[in-house]
Structure formats: structure tokens, C-alpha cells
Write a protein that binds this ligand. Structure first.
Ligand SMILES: *[C@@H]1O[C@H](CO)[C@@H](O)[C@H](O)[C@H]1NC(C)=O
Ligand SMILES: *[C@@H]1O[C@H](CO)[C@@H](O)[C@H](O)[C@H]1NC(C)=O
Length: 167
């Protein structure tokens, strides 16, 4: 006869094995999901555009961000961290990446939305490079699963340009 303790222990081991198995399946089915989020960004207004006393350019934009991240959500998704950057090249740096807006999305129901907002974080260049500057908006996301590995990706929206003159 096995003791109660022995049987409880065996049951526990069995339960942990099943749980590990379910977790493995969960993260595996996540890799089968090939998400196809969409985003559109419009610059509705250049609120102002100046050279600061220290010589760095700063611009304030009003943006219309319209995104559909529903396909990032599976039953294994805990939340999605999303951020929008402006990315451009200057003589000094091959990639300048300025974070303008971010958000944490907790559920699929809230993952398709349009917002009109001025940039939440300041758009400042480390120099005086922004006049007439071509840039891309890039929407980056990090998906935090309930179990398994975090994954990240982005959508690049090329072809934006800042005004030639301060205003
Ligand atoms: C923002 O973009 C969405 C999608 O393109 C559009 O339906 C909406 O009218 C725009 N809002 C403004 C204020 O331009
Ligand atoms: C902007 O996007 C274009 C087209 O995808 C790409 O060739 C270019 O390298 C991007 N610029 C930056 C600074 O990432």
C-alpha cells in the first residue's frame, strides 16, 4: 500500500507535468499565430518647430494614430506594449530613434483604436538637423505572453518630411 503522502506527491508531479505540457503547447500555438497588425499615422498639425537656445531642434506635432493590433492577441497574451518612434538619419548617427507615444494594451477589445494626440514625449534632435528632414514613423510592439517567450516586431511607415522652415 502506498502511503497518502506518496500518492499526494505522485499526483502533484503529474499535475506539474501536465501544466508544463500545457505551457509548452501555449507558447507553441503562439508561434503558429502569424499576426498582421496595421497602423496609419497622419500628421494633422505642426504645432511649432523651433531651434532651442542650446541649438537643438524641437518640433511639436499633432498626430492621428489609427491602429488595429487585434491579431497580436491570442488566449496566451497577457498584454502588449506599443510605442511609436520617428526614425531618421543624420550625418552623425545612422539611426536616430525618437519615441513619441506609447501605450499598454490589456485586451483584444481595446486593441483597435484611433487617437488624436500631440507627441507625448518631446521630439528633440541632438543638433539642428530637423528642417526638411525625411523620417519614418515606426510602430514597435512587445507582446508579453502569459507563458513563454516575449516577442517583438514593428511596422515602418516611410515617407514623412518635416517643414523646411521653423514656425
Ligand atoms: C484619423 O484617422 C482615421 C483613420 O484613417 C480617420 O477615420 C479619422 O477621421 C482621422 N481623424 C482625424 C481627426 O483626422
Ligand atoms: C525608412 O524606411 C525606408 C523604407 O522602408 C528605409 O529604406 C529607410 O532605411 C528607413 N529609414 C530609417 C532611418 O530607418
Amino acid at each position: 500500500m502506498h502511503s497518502f503522502g506518496y500518492r499526494a506527491n505522485a499526483l502533484f508531479t503529474f499535475a506539474v507535468t501536465i501544466l508544463a505540457f500545457i505551457c509548452a503547447i501555449a507558447s507553441f500555438t503562439d508561434t503558429l499565430n502569424s499576426p498582421s497588425p496595421t497602423v496609419e499615422v497622419k500628421v494633422l498639425n505642426i504645432n511649432w518647430f523651433q531651434k532651442q537656445p542650446n541649438g537643438n531642434d524641437e518640433v511639436s506635432l499633432t498626430l492621428n494614430i489609427s491602429t488595429d493590433l487585434q491579431t497580436l492577441f491570442t488566449w496566451n497574451t497577457k498584454q502588449v506594449f506599443v510605442f511609436l518612434t520617428a526614425e531618421y538619419v543624420t550625418p552623425k548617427h545612422a539611426l536616430n530613434q525618437i519615441s513619441l507615444w506609447d501605450g499598454i494594451i490589456q485586451s483584444k477589445e481595446h486593441s483597435k483604436f484611433t487617437i488624436t494626440t500631440s507627441n507625448k514625449y518631446r521630439f528633440i534632435d541632438q543638433g539642428s538637423n530637423l528642417r526638411g528632414k525625411e523620417f519614418n514613423f515606426t510602430l514597435h510592439w512587445h507582446v508579453m505572453p502569459k507563458t513563454g517567450k516575449m516577442f517583438a516586431n514593428k511596422i515602418v511607415l516611410p515617407g514623412y518630411r518635416l517643414p523646411e522652415e521653423y514656425r
